[in-house]
Every structure is written in C-alpha cells, then in structure tokens.
Design a protein around this ligand. Structure first.
Ligand code: DX5
Ligand code: ZN
Length: 218
C-alpha cells in the first residue's frame, strides 16, 4: 500500500488566520492541507476559491494544497486553481461526463488529479481507465457540503473494493474521520486521511495527526 499522508481540512480552521493555521498544521506533522472548494451549486454552501488559495500558496511556501473541488463544471476551474498554486485537483465524478479529458487537462497544468465519489456513488462508477489515469481516488464518508458530520460506515466497503482493484493507488477518505473512525478506514486500505474537526478541534493536533498516521501505517 502507498504511504500514509495526513491532510487536515482547513474548513475547520479559523479562516481569519488561514495562513497561520496552515503553517501550524505543517509544524504539527501534516504533509498536505485539504482545501474544500464549494460553489453553492454542486453543494449548497460556498467556501473559498482560487483567490484565497493563491494567498495561501504565497503565504505558506512549499505547501501541498489538496484541493477538493465540490463544484459543478469542474473543468472550468482547472486553470484558476493551477495558477493559484494548487497541487492536486480532485473533482467529483458526479459532476462531469468527461473524466478522462478532465484528468488530462489537470495533468497538463502540472497538478495531480483526484477523482471523488459521494456516498451514493458505487465504487464501480470509477472505471479502470479513469482510475489508471488518476493519481488519487477519494471516497467520501459523509455527503459533501459541510464539515463536522457523522462518519458513514456504509461507505467503507467502497474503500476495500477500490484497494483490491488498485493496490498502488492513493486512496483518500474524507468526512467524519478522526481517532474514533480511523480504524475501519485504515483496515479497508485508505492511505490519505482527511480530518477537519478532529484535528483543528483538538487541544494537541500533533497527537491526533500522529495517531491517524500510525494507525494507517500499522
Ligand atoms: C465535507 C468536506 C470535508 C470536511 C471534513 O464536505 O469535504 O473535507 O471538511 O471535515 P470533518 O473532518 O470535520 O468531517
Ligand atoms: Zn473535503
């Protein structure tokens, strides 16, 4: 299995001090930062877009921005997010009919490409061709749209199914993940772990990050 990567979701951070919050998490052992982009169409909420990501990439040199694009028409934002310093562009399979073209466009802008599936989308919706072209697969363990929701156990089998099909691919889980729910995620074979509330809400985030990482590694 690929190595463990912890990607704290800044959605649970203090947006008024976003750069400082990102730096704090890197200091605490985070390798990636998960940036939840919501457009008010694909999901009801609006969070942040390229202008804010651009401030973060300038203010936090070397940051790896794991951009989770909860947007309709994901092809529209590839250039803006690349210009803003995005490192990985993860779009929702439900939002496009041309995933392969989109993956090519993302790679052309030198970003890694991720493909996300919402709770009601089966793992089989990700074809071998799409998975082979993508760098990462994201299995949502809550309905996309907001942080702090309850982890949906019923999504975990999809992680196992994808890990069985793609032993070497990065597989990310996102939504309600923390010390209480990391066990099944790790057992199922996810190696990229997103956690918002569980990390930013902790008194000692470094301990939560270390625990999530060691659970995946063992
Ligand atoms: C939900 C977002 C998640 C969310 C995770 O739509 O994609 O990244 O911020 O937050 P927690 O860990 O609090 O569920
Ligand atoms: Zn997310």
């Amino acid at each position: 299995m690929p190595r463990a990567i912890i990607s704290p979701s800044v959605l649970a951070s203090d947006f008024g001090h976003l750069n400082a919050e990102c730096k704090r998490m890197i200091k605490n052992g985070a390798e990636w930062l998960h940036m939840d982009v919501m457009d008010g169409h694909f999901v009801p909420n609006i969070t942040m877009g390229a202008p804010i990501l651009s401030c973060v990439s300038k203010g936090v040199p070397g940051i790896f921005m794991d951009c989770h694009m909860m947007v309709a028409h994901p092809e529209r934002w590839v250039n803006d997010i690349a210009d803003a310093g995005g490192s990985l562009y993860c779009f929702h399979l439900e939002a496009t009919s041309e995933p392969l073209l989109l993956i090519d466009a993302i790679h052309e802008r030198n970003m890694k490409a991720g493909v996300a599936i919402s709770p009601d989308t089966p793992s089989t919706a990700i074809t071998d061709e799409v998975a082979d072209a993508a760098d990462m697969l994201l299995v949502m363990t809550v309905y996309p749209g907001r942080g702090g929701q309850r982890f949906l156990d019923r999504c975990v089998p999809k992680v196992s199914e994808l890990r069985a099909r793609f032993p070497h691919k990065d597989i990310e889980v996102d939504g309600g993940v923390g010390p209480k729910t990391i066990g099944p995620c790790a057992d199922a074979g996810s190696n990229v772990i997103v956690a918002g509330t569980a990390i930013f809400g902790a008194e000692k985030p470094e301990e939560v990050i270390a625990l999530l990482k060691s659970t995946v590694e063992t």
